[in-house]
Design a protein around this ligand. Structure first.
Ligand code: SF4
Length: 196
């Protein structure tokens, strides 16, 4: 059975993100966008007016009709690994607008919500052990929380797993501690008020 971007998206909707993420890793490194079919095209084609994350995709498709054919045909002819990378990057950046991998912004919103809610323990463990992997915001937060609470993790390894510098990792840890302190301070004042 041949794989296409729709089957990768379908698997992701079912909760299996691995095929999409694995395929995105086959894209040619930092220069993956050079292989994209939209390279050197008018970018406005890919950001149709009237489409957005809160629109109904069926109404958008009905309203915009043939003007969507060109960008969607370009996406359909994009190398599979590049289309997968394009979609994964848009999810990671929480990119709300524009067509990615042939999906309108309105069609992607459910997938974005699923991505943001994703917490895969394997991905968290991989990052803690230095493997660069694609993380949702919740997974990234989990890595920082575990690293903050567990001094045996090697900072350089975790920084590599998160794709950040050592200095930036320490900044994330400080921010995490401040946030946890303010949450626990707020919680104790609620308990004191309840007890009064
Ligand atoms: S899938 Fe992404 S990279 Fe490929 S043509 Fe479409 S928008 Fe461009």
């Amino acid at each position: 059975m041949s794989t296409d971007i729709s089957s990768l998206v379908e698997a992701a909707f079912q909760g299996d993100w691995s095929p999409l993420i694995e395929e995105s890793r086959n894209a040619p490194g930092k220069h993956w966008a050079e292989e994209a079919r939209c390279a050197n095209q008018d970018i406005n084609l890919f950001v149709p007016l009237g489409d957005g994350p809160r629109e109904d995709p069926e109404i958008v498709k009905h309203k915009l009709g043939v003007s969507l054919n060109r960008p969607r045909n370009l996406c359909a002819s994009c190398p599979l690994s590049v289309a997968a990378r394009c979609l994964v990057e848009s999810l990671r950046d929480d990119d709300e607008f524009g067509i990615r991998a042939g999906l309108l912004a309105s069609e992607r919103s459910a997938l974005r919500a699923a991505w943001q809610g994703r917490v895969n323990e394997e991905a968290v463990q991989a990052a803690l052990h230095g493997s660069t992997t694609v993380l949702s915001r919740l997974e990234r937060n989990a890595v920082i929380a575990r690293f903050t609470g567990e001094p045996s993790f090697e900072p350089a390894t975790v920084a590599r797993g998160l794709g950040v510098t050592h200095e930036y990792l320490l900044k994330l840890v400080r921010r995490h501690r401040q946030k946890s302190q303010s949450v626990s301070a707020a919680s104790s004042s609620v308990h004191s008020a309840d007890a009064a």
